[in-house]
Design a protein. Structure first.
Length: 352
């Protein structure tokens, strides 16, 4: 069996707001229950940019981003039972949790009461930093490795490990399906997967976007309707229309206006994370027994469920594949909303 490298090539931000650059980082030796993965593709999530730029909280530098990881198993520890060399696998936003708390035991490791360990910009129990998927290899406990179905190409599967599960989890929890009217706010990296998944679940899907610039894309991806929120008539026309609104944008919204679009017992669910706090009038909830909630990623069990669902329905991300030397350019384009709809790094370019 091959011995996995303990030093790997990566792209990292050496300091907050600094451009990413080629470097090397350490990887731990394969332990009893570890899976070593040669990374083939890594998606670029907007949260990578927020964290590299220290916009959410103080980061750990040098930082190797990337939590949308697809690759192939190259080595397994002697205690591994679920994976073998050659398996097609993925790693998402977390690589460990306590495994003991009530949430972990319920398969909701993302809500670990002791704090799940993030794939990058986190610390392992021994205090060493985690480094993400903008690298050639990674070593992960088998409990946090996902199996990518054979019918999904690895490049379009990579973004499912964050964008896919971040939208699938609330759509499943709030029961999107036949007879339910779902609105997706924003048609970006998250939003385009929300549209695809909600449509596959059988819901009637509407996109709410600032303009009609992406209308043709939205309808092609599965939306039944598409409205521009910059049109003042939109909120009047759609008042009380939806059972569920999935907000995928990271900008602050007029929450009262969006809550007015919910029917009785409807829910506005946020998966986008604005940099600044928002406020709303409680009467926007009281009048029609509406709810406002947030959702994170899913647990490992639900993430596997999502991958299997996407394989069954032929769903993958809409991607633009780039080489590693274009990461900094891609960051600028993401912040300018100039990507349809996810950049994916071809990690083979790091081997050059």
């Amino acid at each position: 069996m091959a011995t996995s490298p303990t030093t790997v090539t990566a792209y990292a931000a050496p300091a907050p707001k600094a451009p990413l650059e080629r470097t090397t980082v350490p990887r731990r030796p394969v332990g009893e229950r570890d899976v070593a993965i040669e990374i083939k593709y890594a998606g670029i999530c907007h949260s990578d940019i927020h964290q590299v730029r220290d916009e959410w909280f103080e980061g750990i530098f040098p930082m190797v981003p990337g939590h949308e990881i697809a690759g192939v198993v190259t080595e397994v520890g002697p205690g591994v039972t679920r994976y073998a060399v050659g398996d097609r696998v993925g790693v998402g936003c977390m690589v460990d949790s306590c495994g003991r708390c009530v949430n972990c035991r319920a398969g909701e490791e993302q809500f670990c009461l002791e704090g799940s360990i993030q794939t990058y910009n986190g610390r392992l129990p021994d205090g060493s930093p985690t480094y993400g998927g903008y690298s050639t290899h990674i070593v992960v406990d088998e409990d946090f490795v996902l199996r990518i179905p054979d019918s999904l190409e690895l490049d379009v599967a990579a973004p499912l490990l964050c964008a896919g599960i971040t939208t699938y989890s609330p759509l499943a929890h709030w029961k999107a399906g036949p007879g339910r009217k779902v609105a997706v706010v924003g048609l970006g990296g998250l939003g385009h997967m929300g549209v695809k998944i909600a449509h596959a679940m059988g819901a009637e899907v509407t996109v709410l976007s600032q303009s009609l610039r992406k209308k043709d894309d939205g309808l092609r991806l599965g939306a039944d309707h598409y409205y521009a929120t910059s049109d003042p008539e939109t909120f009047t026309r759609l008042a009380g229309a939806f059972d569920l609104i999935l907000n995928t944008v990271s900008a602050n919204l007029d929450l009262d206006a969006y809550l007015s679009l919910l029917r009785l017992d409807g829910a506005l669910v946020h998966v986008g994370a604005p940099e600044h706090p928002s406020s709303f009038n409680q009467f926007s909830l009281i009048g029609m027994r509406r709810s406002m909630a947030g959702s994170s990623i899913g647990g490992i069990r639900e993430t596997q469920e999502m991958l299997d669902f996407c394989a069954e329905h032929g769903l993958g991300a809409e991607i633009e594949v780039i080489t590693a030397d274009r990461i900094n350019e891609a960051y600028e384009r993401v912040t300018a909303s100039d990507v349809r709809y996810r950049f994916v790094i071809d990690i083979a370019s790091l081997h050059d």
